[in-house]
Write a protein that binds this ligand. Structure first.
Ligand SMILES: [Zn+2]
Length: 143
């Protein structure tokens, strides 16, 4: 992974319902909320299981592999925290039913196509928190 200069990326907002997600990312894990009662997975985090209303929830580590569902490059207005217009994508995780809004890093718009395989990596924010992002698999990004 190439070394990056000091990050300008905005830090995630800290909330009672999402701090665990960022704690997992700090440990290098992409984890998704899972219900202990019915085993349902969902994202983004919420305080109650959307299937059975249980509050017995825990982080479940994902493989970090997925495919691109859709993508866009945002050029205007200039997004805050990026040196170059970022590639924003919807990524479907290998574990079915979980779709993340994320960034595709170290890729050009023309390198990307729907259903392209990707895998998670982590970039630092301005204060050093870890942010899950994705790289194309087999395009010189991830080894
Ligand atoms: Zn449940």
């Amino acid at each position: 992974m190439p070394e990056h200069n000091i990050s300008k990326r905005l830090d995630p907002m800290s909330t009672r319902n999402t701090d665990w997600f960022w704690d997992e990312a700090a440990e290098g894990r992409l984890s998704i909320q899972q219900c202990e009662s019915c085993k349902h997975l969902w994202h983004p985090p919420r305080p109650v299981c959307p299937e059975c209303q249980s509050v017995d929830l825990r982080p479940e580590p994902m493989t970090g592999r997925g495919t691109i569902y859709s993508y866009i490059r945002v050029s205007y207005p200039p997004p805050i925290g990026f040196d170059e217009p970022p590639l924003i994508a919807l990524v479907d995780l290998e574990e079915g039913g979980i779709r993340l809004i994320t960034n595709i890093v170290d890729a050009q718009l023309e390198d990307i196509e729907p259903d392209a395989p990707v895998e998670v990596d982590f970039e630092k924010t301005a204060s050093g928190k870890s942010l899950p992002v994705f790289r194309l698999v087999g395009k010189g990004g991830a080894a």
